[in-house]
Ligand binder design. Structure first.
Ligand code: C2E
Ligand code: MG
Ligand code: MG
Ligand code: MG
Length: 285
């Protein structure tokens, strides 16, 4: 009997692996066409300040395949990161974010800062900073409209080089956030050594906050540490009201999560910005 179920478990396991392998293969063969076939889009998720105003938005890549449907960036970004495809995707994301910012400006809407996720291979390219700044200039977008989100993994490969690139970006007016903070099992000394603007604490810490004193203390300590380093603190993945209340009590600066807004298409965000602008105009009369 045990042997039987053992064998069954093994079969399930291997067919799961087959599925994963098949999906990875599909992604690898199809993703190379995604840009040219216009299958990509950007969604935007607002980050709110303590007053509930939109402080910035995060650009999140979406891939819609005509046969395979919606494919999550959590599945296809790691595949793209295995090759230079991630560079091509990154360039597309930047161009699309610029186009969107210009579109808002043309509609007379004041664009929020747009945060863009950048992978290691992208950031560590030769001439990453000058190329990025040249693109912004060509596109007529002020660097003040752009923030880059980098994970600890990106920051800790060649700290010297990272600091140099980052300094160039910061001097030009681009903001920089550490994404998924706390998942890298790294020393914290880099926080003092790099010119950062924001820390985005990984959603797993927010999720654990309700599971007792210790987890909540960690979040509070991270917020206090951010403030003593002059960094803005972002809570990612805020899903329920009690998390929001607790974070507010700890003086968290910015809030991102389904409790407030899900990532949305550009048109939806521009409609939201128009509505909020009208409310503001009304309340200031
Ligand atoms: P990330 O940068 O940490 O982005 C936050 C993720 O959390 C997004 O998932 C977002 O939709 C999700 N999220 C936001 N609020 C909540 C919430 O309250 N609950 C839950 N359960 N999730 C929430 P998404 O869009 O699936 O993206 C996954 C990851 O893919 C991103 O994590 C990022 O690492 C990567 N990614 C997305 N777009 C790009 C891109 O343009 N370039 C690169 N290099 N990576 C990207
Ligand atoms: Mg991010
Ligand atoms: Mg994150
Ligand atoms: Mg992430």
């Amino acid at each position: 009997q045990a042997k039987e179920s053992g064998r069954d478990a093994c079969v399930v396991y291997s067919s799961d692996m087959d599925k994963r392998a098949a999906q990875n293969l599909m992604i690898r063969t199809e993703l190379i066409h995604a840009v040219r076939r216009h299958q990509l889009s950007l969604f935007y998720q607002p980050l709110l300040n303590a007053k509930g105003e939109i402080a910035s938005v995060e650009a999140l890549l979406r891939w819609h395949h005509p046969q395979h449907g919606f494919i999550s960036p959590a599945d296809f970004i790691p595949v793209a990161e295995g090759s230079s495809l991630i560079i091509e995707l990154g360039e597309w994301v930047l161009m699309e974010a610029c186009r969107f910012i210009r579109e808002l400006q043309e509609q007379g809407i004041c664009p929020p800062m747009v945060s863009i996720n950048v992978s290691a291979r992208q950031f560590h390219q030769d001439e990453f900073a000058p190329k990025l700044l040249a693109t912004l200039q060509e596109q007529g977008i002020s660097p003040a409209h752009i923030e880059l989100e980098l994970t600890e993994h990106v920051l800790l490969t060649d700290l010297q080089q990272v600091r140099q690139t980052m300094t160039q970006l910061r001097e030009a007016g681009i903001s920089i956030a550490v994404d998924d903070f706390g998942t890298g099992y790294s020393s914290l000394s880099y926080l003092q050594e790099l010119p950062l603007n924001r820390l985005k604490l990984d959603a797993s810490f927010i999720r654990d906050m309700g599971n007792g004193e210790a987890s909540a203390s960690i979040v509070k300590a991270m917020i206090d540490m951010s403030h003593s380093l002059n960094l803005e603190f972002v809570a990612e993945g805020v899903e329920i009201q009690s998390q929001f209340e607790q974070l507010k009590a700890y003086h968290c600066d910015l809030y991102q999560g389904y409790l407030f807004h899900r990532p949305m298409p550009g048109e939806e965000l521009s409609a939201l910005l128009v509505r909020l602008g009208e409310q503001q105009a009304l309340s200031s009369v």
